[in-house]
Design a protein around this ligand. Structure first.
Ligand code: FRU
Length: 489
């Protein structure tokens, strides 16, 4: 057994023990892919391999926290349908001198039937307790069966960004794609206060040549660009990434994308403006991949509030299908999620009176899918919306409010229970005749797809477990609800 295999045994054993010691927690997601116990962050190495979906993730099997040093592994699960997941042994452990302080994020590639996982090896170059200083390099591990991975003897494959171009202490998250006989790799990086992404090229996935700066901030797009994710869809090219420092005061790191065109002659990527991938709370570091049906599917990390002390931390989002509509991506819950549907209750064509708070029999729950369509042409309310996971007296609730005047949606979790607070306001660009809210609640997680995928707002909620009311309200006029479908999940 080599060092890597030994460390994997220790990690898997620790995780088994952590699972045995798990206490019942009504907040733990029931439907979302997440670690069996302890810490999870970014999705990694997403790939459709030999007819199955593989999801790797940043994982500390020893504790429900990231910790500074030596603990970040790659957890692993797989699925046949994107909704039922089977946990597999941990895939990567920080076993070597060059990755002793963590196997950080990266992506997958398949060549000649083998699965390559590219990751960032992390070394802390100053003693614990001092401000972080790191050496980050790009590495690979290869597998034939998709379960057991061997680290390459050529690691680290990329040791430093070119001098004067980027810093070697923030140089991470390799993303590999293939075009016309050549492999390309994007790596997140920074120089001073400007985030950037570097482009490399290879013929064999092992020897990489630096090409150019693929994208960078010029002062206003964040100080570090993490987790690049490049793909082509419907004739457009998309660069998704996670810039640090440009979000909200309570969440400075956000994720979004540029849509444009990569000229493979010059390797220039020209693009339009930056759009967020999620307008709610907690969403970060997404990654996407193409599946056997040609769909582009994205998972993001739902970062849990730090004060939520639990024996587990973090979850993936639900799988989301990306589509190109005009110059934007639209984001949809994958159709396989309908496999989870149980009993259905429908209400249609009702008018909500001014200042009424209304509930409908059977439309409630803690694990539900809710599809609501409001008729805006027949609504004179100034604002309307719904309360999720509400207590009977309405003291605890998560409030979604549409303002007709401003064409905004506000997600308010100031009364959502423990650990969370704050509001997010989404300014919608287009005025439509209908407003569609497609909401998934999974114990303490909510994801809301707005107007057929134009926007998504997600977040953690920690209400008392018994609070499961859904109430509708209308203010300053009445509102027409075309339909509400509610499925137990
Ligand atoms: C994003 C990130 C990555 C890094 C990983 C470490 O959340 O900071 O840039 O590789 O997490 O766990």
């Amino acid at each position: 057994m080599n060092t890597h295999q030994k460390m994997l045994e220790v990690a898997n054993q620790a995780l088994r023990q952590a699972v045995e010691q798990l206490r019942f927690d009504p907040h733990k997601p029931a439907l979302h892919a997440h670690a069996p116990a302890n810490w999870l962050n970014d999705p990694n190495g997403l790939v459709y391999f030999n007819g199955e979906y593989h999801l790797f993730y940043q994982h500390n099997p020893f504790a429900p926290e990231h910790w500074g040093s030596g603990r970040i592994h790659w957890g692993h699960m797989k699925s046949k349908d994107l909704v039922h997941w089977e946990h597999l042994p941990i895939a990567l452990a920080p076993s070597e001198d060059y990755d002793r302080d963590g196997c950080f994020s990266g992506g997958a590639a398949v060549q000649d039937g083998k699965l390559y996982l590219f990751y960032t090896s992390n070394i802390f170059t100053v003693p614990p307790g001092l401000p972080d200083d790191l050496l980050q390099q790009q590495c690979v591990a290869v597998s034939e069966d998709g379960i057991h991975f061997e680290k390459s003897e050529l690691n680290p494959l990329i040791k430093h960004p070119p001098a004067g171009i980027g810093q070697d202490n923030h140089f991470r998250d390799p993303n590999v794609f293939f075009h016309d006989g050549t492999w390309y790799m994007l790596v997140g990086n920074r120089l001073g206060d400007n985030g950037k992404i570097l482009l490399y090229r290879s013929d064999d996935l092992l020897r990489w040549e630096y090409v150019k700066v693929f994208g960078e901030s010029s002062g206003d797009m964040g100080y570090m660009w993490e987790c690049p994710d490049f793909f082509s869809l419907n004739g457009k090219d998309v660069l998704a990434f996670s810039p640090q420092g440009i979000g909200w005061p309570d969440q400075p790191n956000i994720s979004g994308y540029y849509l444009g065109r990569l000229d493979y002659e010059t390797l220039n990527f020209s693009h339009g403006e930056f759009y967020k991938l999620d307008h709610g709370f907690d969403f970060y570091a997404p990654q996407s991949f193409t599946d056997g049906k040609g769909r582009r599917i994205l998972f993001g990390w739902m970062r849990m509030p730090r004060n939520a002390e639990k024996q587990w931390a973090g979850s993936m989002t639900l799988p989301r299908e990306l589509r190109v509509t005009g110059n934007r991506l639209t984001i949809h819950p994958v159709e396989e999620l309908t496999l989870l549907r149980q009993q259905q209750i429908t209400v249609s064509d009702v008018r909500l009176r001014q200042d009424n708070r209304t509930t409908y029999p059977g439309i409630k729950g803690t694990c539900i899918e809710l599809l609501c369509t409001f008729d805006l042409t027949n609504t004179d309310a100034a604002e309307f919306g719904l309360e999720l996971r509400s207590s009977l007296d309405g003291d605890q609730k998560t409030v979604v409010t549409y303002s007709k005047e401003h064409n905004t949606i506000t997600l308010d979790r100031n009364q959502s229970g423990d650990y969370v607070s704050g509001t997010r306001v989404l300014e919608m660009q287009r005025r439509a005749e209908k407003l569609e809210l497609h909401i998934f609640l999974d114990t303490c997680m909510m994801e809301m797809f707005i107007n057929y995928g134009e926007y998504v707002m997600s977040g953690w909620l920690f209400p008392d477990p018994g609070n499961e009311e859904i109430a509708f309200f209308s203010r300053g006029g009445s509102t027409t609800i075309k339909s509400v479908d509610c499925w137990g999940l």
